[in-house]
Structures are given as C-alpha cells and as structure tokens.
Design a protein around this ligand. Structure first.
Ligand SMILES: *[C@@H]1O[C@H](CO)[C@@H](O)[C@H](O)[C@H]1NC(C)=O
Ligand SMILES: *[C@@H]1O[C@H](CO)[C@@H](O)[C@H](O)[C@H]1NC(C)=O
Length: 547
C-alpha cells in the first residue's frame, strides 16, 4: 500500500494524510481487520538452543542453554576452552550462551564457567542481568551480565565470593521494590532467599511443601509483585498472597479449576496490566494452559494438554477464578504482555508435558488474548509457524513490538534427525498490530531525558503520520527472564496522561505523564515506553525508572 502512487494533478487540493486515510479505509476488511500476524526466520543457526532468554536495553537478546550437553555449534572465541566434569566433554571449546543482535542478525559467543541449566534470573535496577542457580556445578552459582552495545565485549561474570544459600534448580526470581531480588523454590528447595542475602536464610516456605505432589508440580512457581508490596505466588493449582517482609501468608486464594499449571505440567501466567486510571487498585492474574495430572508420570500416553485459562481479580476481597477456553489445548505456552495491554500466548504443544520427549503435536499457532474484551470473545488464533517450539523454548517481546522466539530441545543432547529436533533457528513473530496497513496509526516517541522519577511528571513527544483522533495510551513494559514457559518478573504499567498539547506541526504532540507512583507498582529499572494509538503501538524507548 505504501508503494501506491497518487496522481497529484487531481488530488492536489487534499492534504496527503487525508488521502492516505481515505485509501486505507477503502481497503477490504479482510486486509485491515483480519491480519493474523507474520513469521520471519531471523537466523538459521544460532549455535545453541536457548532455554533461557532475556532482552537487554541495547535491544540484544542474551540466550543460555546448558553446559552439560556436549559441544554446541558455536565455538568460544580465540580458541578458548573450558575444563569441566561434564557428562559429555572434559574439555569444551564451544559456547553455551550467546548474545544475538537483531540489527545485524549475528550472534556473539559468551563464556559460562558452570551449568545454568533450568536456572532463574532477573534484571537489577541498574540494568544488570542477574542469573541464579542451575545444575551440577552451577546449582548455587550467582552470575551477572552487564549488557553493552552490540559491538561491545560484555560477558558473564560468575561470583567467586557469594553463593546461593540453597541449591536452585527450577526456581523463580522477582525483583523487589527495594532493588533486592527474591529467589523462590526449586527442586527439593521448599524455601526462599534474597540477594543480597538475609543473615537467617534460606527461609522455609511451607506453601511449596503443601503444593508438592508426585510430579513436583510446584516448580517454577508463578510470582507476581502486587502494588501493595506483597507477592502473589501460584504453584500447582493453589495461590497465596505473601508478605515477605514479615514472612506471613496474608491470604489464600481459591484453587484454580482444572489441571496443575506449573512445571512439569507447563501452563504459564502473567499479572495483567496495572493501570494508573484506577490508581493501580485493580490487580488481575491470568493463568493459561497446563497438563492433566499424570501427564508427566505417564508421559508415554501423551495426554491432552489443558485448554483453559483462569483469571482472578486478586484485589477483590473474595475473588473467584473465571474460566475461559483457548481455541486449542496448550502446554509449554509462553505468555507475553504486548505493548497494547493484550497478551500473546505462543509456543508449546497440545499433548504431553515438560521433560525430554514428553510432548507431541506442537501448537504452531499463537493466540491473541484481548485483555479487555468480553468473556467468550477474548481469544483469536493467529498465523502458524512451521517450527515446533516445545520443551526448552523461549519467547520475548522485542523493542519494535515483535516477539523473539528461540530454542526447543525435547532431547537430552543436541539431536537433529528426529521428529522434534534440537532447534537452533531463531524466529520473530510480528503480531497483527505490525501489519503495514496500520502504519498510518503508528506513533513515534521521543523521550528526553531518559530517566524518570516515581510519582513525578515528565513530558514526551509523540508524533503521528496523521492527526490524533482518539485517546492515547502510554505503557511501560519491562524485560523478563524467559524460561520454561514463564516470563519471570514480566510487568506492564499503564501511565496517566495528564496533558496532551498539539505543537506546531499538525500531528506532533507533547504528552505530560505521571511516572509510576511507587516501586511496588513498578520496581526500579529499565522499561520500554510505548505509545499506543487505536491499539497500534510505537517502537519502545528505554527509560530508567528510579527514585
Ligand atoms: C510437608 O508436607 C507433608 C504432607 O504433604 C507433611 O507430612 C510434612 O510434615 C510437611 N513437611 C513440613 C516440614 O512441613
Ligand atoms: C492511590 O493509592 C494510594 C495507595 O493505596 C493512595 O495512597 C493514594 O491516596 C491513592 N490516590 C488516589 C488519587 O486515590
């Protein structure tokens, strides 16, 4: 459409923008309304199959596999090798972590000393990625990655002075309002701890013992920081509100109907957008997918995955789960908060559970979950990929609104000649809002300075191809640690627009906003700021939120 030529003689009297809007309106609804998104192959061979992925504020994506897997398909630089007691290799000259630059579609190998397999992580307020635990020699490790420009040489640093208080394998991290990180649970670790550590840690956490079963359905618990400062914690089918400052369970929520939802049953969860328009007082949690109890213990039977989502208003005094049906069953789906406040459910399988060779029948089609649509009208199936993304795959929102998809390795080692091979391809999914037919609604944002302070006004500039005709939304979205079908720490905060002034040029506006009120609403750190016009987002601009 952008290549269409307008005969200037006849149309000169009309402002160009009006003509373009008119032409857009002329397009059939099939083109405008039913765009189902597009898939794009970013890289044929990233060298590793990523099971943990995080977007940095430089737009690059850090990926980690495990070390204990034999040689990957990318070597460490300068002939560097690592001596280890790994299952496969005693001297390993290949990389098990890489950083991908979407601008050049290249990866740079990173160096891991010990095994981060099934680990957890979170960005700290200064933008450092902190990654904790793993398996074997990595069980108690704390590693940091200080992101750099794509041309830089930043790498993993493994602490030699500080260890975790408990071994952590399949645990969940959450950044706290005071900048500490809480690390919860893991295999045989029904406890929690803080980084930096509490002197009396780790703290026994009875909720994890109570939610354990023969499949260990309490692993990778879903942890959401509530605006009142407490944590919402979900494991298996149960959930609580937990005050970590006093180590007290404040409330117990009703059990979700249906299947177990955490690892190895493999649902996913998000805390839905927190909005300034209601003073962050309405807090909702969404949990989608999972697998029948027994799907993991009897993996040979490939039981169908769950086809339900449950949504609960955590801020209600007596909330209940409102259940909804997905277009098809899904386990190992990733749930991504989109810049538009909707949710994308992507990746996974329709039968089985997590674990090696435990699933079949991949869910190739993502589902768009319209957060604010009426029950029964919330979910739409989108365009399918052709690449299975099952166990040990990841999904992350990118700065331009695409979804970065990596990994999938339902095999113990790198295996390629099987039905569901180790997957080294990188893909991006463009949701329907990125369709060229929406370019006339797409805002462009400029933010200066890039640092914002709690509960304080700041002004940004938003430009449109055509004058604004509807309400504008401004959303902050952070970068989670994506692993095992769950985006640790993921958060979206909708800001209050307190003034919108049209400046000299017709379609340029100065928008005055209030930064999030408190660090319990949005913990300090880097967020992508998106302007959204008629459900079409701008590109994200990284801002640093601090006190
Ligand atoms: C853990 O739970 C089991 C029952 O599920 C119970 O028998 C045991 O006492 C609990 N352990 C602790 C330390 O609370
Ligand atoms: C918003 O919520 C906070 C915390 O509950 C409260 O202190 C504040 O007064 C509220 N503001 C408005 C405008 O209601």
């Amino acid at each position: 459409m952008r290549s269409m030529r307008i005969p200037s003689q006849n149309w000169r009297w009309m402002p160009a923008a009006t003509i373009l809007v008119f032409l857009w309106w002329l397009l059939p609804h099939a083109v405008r309304g039913q765009d189902l998104g597009t898939w794009e192959l970013l890289m044929e061979n990233a060298g590793i199959a990523s099971m943990h992925t995080a977007l940095t504020r430089f737009g690059t994506l850090v990926m980690l596999d495990r070390t204990n897997i034999g040689a990957s398909q990318i070597n460490l630089p300068d002939g560097k090798c690592r001596a280890s007691n790994d299952l496969v290799l005693q001297s390993d000259c290949s990389a098990h972590s890489v950083v991908f630059d979407p601008a050049t579609k290249t990866v740079r190998p990173l160096f891991l000393m010990t095994d981060p397999w099934c680990s957890s992580g979170q960005f700290m307020p200064d933008g450092t990625l902190m990654q904790t635990g793993g398996d074997f020699d990595g069980l108690r490790k704390i590693r940091t990655f200080v992101p750099c420009e794509p041309s830089g040489t930043c790498d993993w640093v493994e602490s030699t002075t500080q260890e975790l208080q408990s071994g952590r394998w399949y645990s969940t991290n959450q950044l706290l309002p005071d900048g500490r990180q809480i690390v919860i649970g893991g295999r045989s670790a029904f406890n929690l701890e803080f980084i930096p550590p509490n002197a009396n840690g780790p703290l026994y956490f009875p909720f994890l013992n109570a939610t354990n079963d023969d499949q260990n359905d309490n692993l990778y618990p879903y942890v959401h920081l509530l605006p009142n400062g407490n944590l919402y914690i979900f494991a298996n089918r149960d959930s609580i509100e937990y005050d970590y400052s006093t180590d007290t369970v404040v409330r117990t929520f009703p059990q979700i109907p249906g299947e177990p939802r955490n690892y190895p049953s493999a649902g996913s969860s998000v805390i839905l957008p927190l909005l300034a328009t209601n003073n962050f007082s309405v807090v909702e949690v969404l949990v989608c997918g999972g697998a029948q109890y027994g799907a993991y213990l009897n993996s040979i039977s490939q039981m169908p995955c769950s086809s339900t989502c449950g949504r609960i208003v955590v801020s209600d005094p007596n909330p209940t789960w409102v259940m909804d049906n997905m277009p098809f069953p899904r386990c190992m789906g990733d749930m991504i908060l989109l810049p538009t406040r909707d949710v994308l459910i992507i990746n996974g399988a329709q039968q089985g559970s997590q674990g090696w060779t435990n699933a079949v029948n991949p869910t190739f089609s993502p589902v768009l979950y319209y957060t604010y649509a009426s029950l029964g009208y919330r979910m739409v199936a989108l365009a399918p990929t052709t690449i299975a993304r099952m166990y040990h795959s990841t999904a992350n929102l990118m700065q331009d609104g695409r979804i970065f998809v990596a990994g999938s390795n339902p095999n113990q080692f790198y295996v390629f000649n099987v039905e569901y091979p180790t997957e080294l391809k990188l893909e991006a999914f463009s949701p329907p809002y990125l369709a060229p037919s929406h370019d006339l609604q797409r805002p462009t944002v400029t933010v200066s300075p890039l640092q914002i302070t709690y509960n304080t006004l700041f002004t940004i500039t938003v430009a449109f191809p055509v004058p604004l005709t509807s309400e504008l939304e401004i959303n902050l979205v952070n970068a989670p640690y994506s692993t095992h079908s769950y985006q640790q720490g993921q958060r979206l905060v909708g800001l209050a627009v307190s003034a919108l002034v049209q400046v000299a040029q017709a379609s340029v506006y100065q928008v005055t906003l209030t930064a999030p009120s408190t660090p319990t609403v949005a913990p300090p750190g880097y967020y992508m700021l998106f302007a959204v016009n008629q459900a079409i987002p701008s590109k994200g601009v990284w801002v640093l939120l601090s006190t």
